[in-house]
Ligand binder design. Structure first.
Ligand SMILES: Cc1ncc(COP(=O)(O)O)c(C=O)c1O
Length: 377
């Protein structure tokens, strides 16, 4: 008999939304009319200038490994983006280009958490986070959050839940699934509370740019020691290119570089060359036009979801997934619904969802993909 697989790997639950997407695609291929609301992915394909730059990079033979930290030109372009968008000076030497925001989460959790230690995480939250921690023999300390705190971890939560094994907190703004933001003051509060406990603050900013009617503050505006992850997946529309980045304090960079060298060597080189185009004014104009379109869909979707029976207690300011409490999903068989991260302590929803599908039924509306309902407007 073969050796058992590791306890570590057995503890990793599936990222259910991927299975759901596969099933929804299968139904679609079989001719069913499916409205996709399940996965956090813009429905626009990657913007033309990026595709052209990727093709040119391939034609020019840019197919080898890059430095583990990423192309210097791309790190400089990202630093320029912080200056232009947030008025923050970030030394390009503090930026590591990673295979998606997921690569940045892998680096951050590998660097910052010892076995047996915890990070505070808001619940609900992005389901994969706790698994990154499990992989490094650490764990997520889940803090239930609700409408009163706009589903965000607060400085008060830090004070209340920090214990001898807590070494940091991971927050997201805009949050997945709720789309709520952390204001500059709230980020400052978290930063102060965590520094007072000599912990690490990690902020997931991958939905920056997908905020509607407002801009999100970066934690780097208030805390140079925070770790920030971001991605080319969402605002930049490059999910399949697998590219993101991590901004870290200077002292952490050589350690992160060693991890990167060993874990994945470098982020995809073709994608890095293509991403250079993201920061050019013409390409940014495309992203902003798409953002305006997402905002229109959101404005359509919020009242429509309410009509369908979804309680939306806090209006999302950014890309979001919304959580039904008592909706009869069986009445909407052609809507594919994401399953996300609320933990098993949550009550079972009423209605026709079987207990087996809980924990965590999330009707993901996120960056709503174009659907029949929207185009009928
Ligand atoms: C909050 C959050 N963080 C990180 C990721 C990872 O995305 P990627 O690896 O495509 O950058 C996702 C993906 O949906 C997410 O929602």
């Amino acid at each position: 008999m073969s050796q058992a697989y590791s306890a570590r790997s057995r503890a990793i639950e599936p990222f259910h939304v991927m299975a759901l997407l596969a099933r929804a695609n299968e139904l679609q291929a079989a001719g069913h009319d499916v409205i996709h609301l399940e996965i956090g992915e813009p429905d626009f394909t990657t913007a033309e200038p990026i595709i052209k730059a990727g093709q040119a990079a391939l034609a020019a033979g840019e197919t080898r490994y890059t430095a583990a930290r990423g192309l210097p030109a791309l790190r400089e372009a990202i630093a320029g983006f912080y200056a232009q968008r947030y008025g923050v000076q970030v030394d390009p030497g503090r930026i590591l280009v990673t295979p998606g925001g997921s690569g940045a989460l892998l680096l951050a959790s590998s660097l910052l958490v010892d076995p047996g230690k915890h990070w505070l995480l808001a619940d609900p939250g992005y389901p994969c986070n706790r698994h990154f921690l499990r992989l490094v023999e650490a764990s997520a300390q889940l803090v239930p959050v609700g409408p009163a705190e706009r589903y965000q971890l607060t400085a008060e939560h830090v004070a209340q839940h920090w214990n001898a094994d807590t070494v940091g907190a991971l927050v997201a703004s805009p949050a997945n699934p709720t789309g709520t933001l952390l204001s500059r003051d709230e980020l400052t509060g978290l930063s102060v509370a965590i520094k007072a406990r000599r912990g690490h603050l990690v902020v997931d900013e991958i939905y920056h740019g997908l905020t509607y009617g407002c801009d999100a503050s970066s934690v780097l505006e208030v805390d140079n020691d925070a770790f920030v992850l971001n991605s080319f997946s969402k605002y930049f529309g490059m999910t399949g290119w697998r590219l993101g980045w991590l901004v870290a304090p200077e002292a952490a960079v050589p350690h992160l570089e060693r991890l990167a060298q060993n874990l994945y060597i470098s982020a995809p080189s073709m994608a890095q060359h293509a991403a250079l185009t993201c920061f050019e004014p013409d390409t940014l104009a495309i992203f902003e036009a798409r953002r305006a379109e997402f905002a229109k869909r959101r404005d359509y979707l919020l009242p429509a979801l309410r009509e369908l029976g979804f309680a939306i207690e806090v209006e999302p300011e950014g890309a979001f997934y919304c959580m039904p409490t008592s909706v009869r999903l069986a009445a909407m068989p052609s809507v594919s619904v994401g399953i996300s991260s609320r933990q098993s302590t949550s009550p079972l929803p009423q209605g026709s969802i079987s207990a087996a599908t809980w924990p965590a039924i999330t009707c993901a509306s996120l960056i709503p993909r174009a659907c029949r309902a929207c185009s009928r407007r």
